[in-house]
Design a protein around this ligand. Structure first.
Ligand SMILES: [Zn+2]
Ligand SMILES: [Zn+2]
Length: 230
């Protein structure tokens, strides 16, 4: 079973499409009101809306789940999220996170009031994942969803058996958050987040596809976490 990876930049959010043997799985949807961009991008990739069978939300924050309802309506895809993000998603609430460093603490004051004012609607949740790995073989993908809490309590990562990991906001790797790949600027529990990274390394992940920014080798974070200042 081979899986093609397509990057779909949805504004500030890095979404991804995984093309498996029975359709496409989308990871994260970007901010609200991104439908024009979404339609333009999938058209340029020669993908029909109905090819997308599943949307996995790495967590409930608006920049990942904001367009999920509209994408679900257009594609007919099922939406999957971890059970502990469900309530926030249904209420379109922003789960509180702290700055993990100075820029995180400052930028939080700039970005968050703006994010909290934006109105959007929640998608229908079709699949809730739990603490156990959720295999994606039923969607023709050689991989699984793993609970990786830390950025928020119900954050998940998608891991392919070939070593690619789609980690949402377990990492920030570009504008407007960081200039280089690294840990996220915000987390509800940074110690849990570090444990989740350990879990990912134990799975043998090689390439990290972050929720913001470009992919990078897993060794960058591994080195960072091994250094005494972290
Ligand atoms: Zn987030
Ligand atoms: Zn984000």
């Amino acid at each position: 079973m081979s899986t093609d990876i397509l990057s779909l930049k949805m504004g500030v959010t890095s979404s991804y499409l995984l093309r498996g043997t029975s359709g496409i799985v989308m990871i994260d949807t970007g901010m609200p009101d991104k439908m024009k961009l979404f339609v333009k991008k999938i058209r340029s990739l020669h993908i029909l809306p109905h090819d997308i069978k599943l949307v996995i939300l790495t967590h409930s924050h608006i920049d990942h789940a904001g367009s999920a309802k509209e994408i679900q309506e257009l594609t007919g895809a099922q939406v999957m999220i971890h059970k502990s993000e469900k309530e926030c998603l249904e209420k379109c609430e922003f789960y509180p996170v702290n700055g993990t460093g100075t820029w995180g603490r400052i930028s939080k004051q700039i970005f968050f009031p703006f994010l909290k004012r934006i109105k959007y609607s929640a998608p229908r949740i079709d699949i809730e994942t739990g603490d156990e790995d959720f295999p994606l073989s039923g969607f023709g993908i050689d991989g699984y969803v793993m609970h990786t809490p830390g950025h928020t309590p119900g954050s998940v990562s998608v891991i392919l058996n070939t070593g690619e990991a789609f980690v949402g906001c377990m990492s920030h790797s570009g504008f407007p958050f960081r200039t280089t790949p690294g840990l996220p600027l915000y987390a509800s529990d940074i110690e849990k987040l570090k444990l989740s990274w350990k879990k990912l390394f134990e799975k043998g992940v090689k390439i990290i596809f972050p929720g913001h920014g470009k992919p990078f080798p897993a060794g960058i974070i591994r080195k960072r976490l091994a250094s005494p200042e972290v």
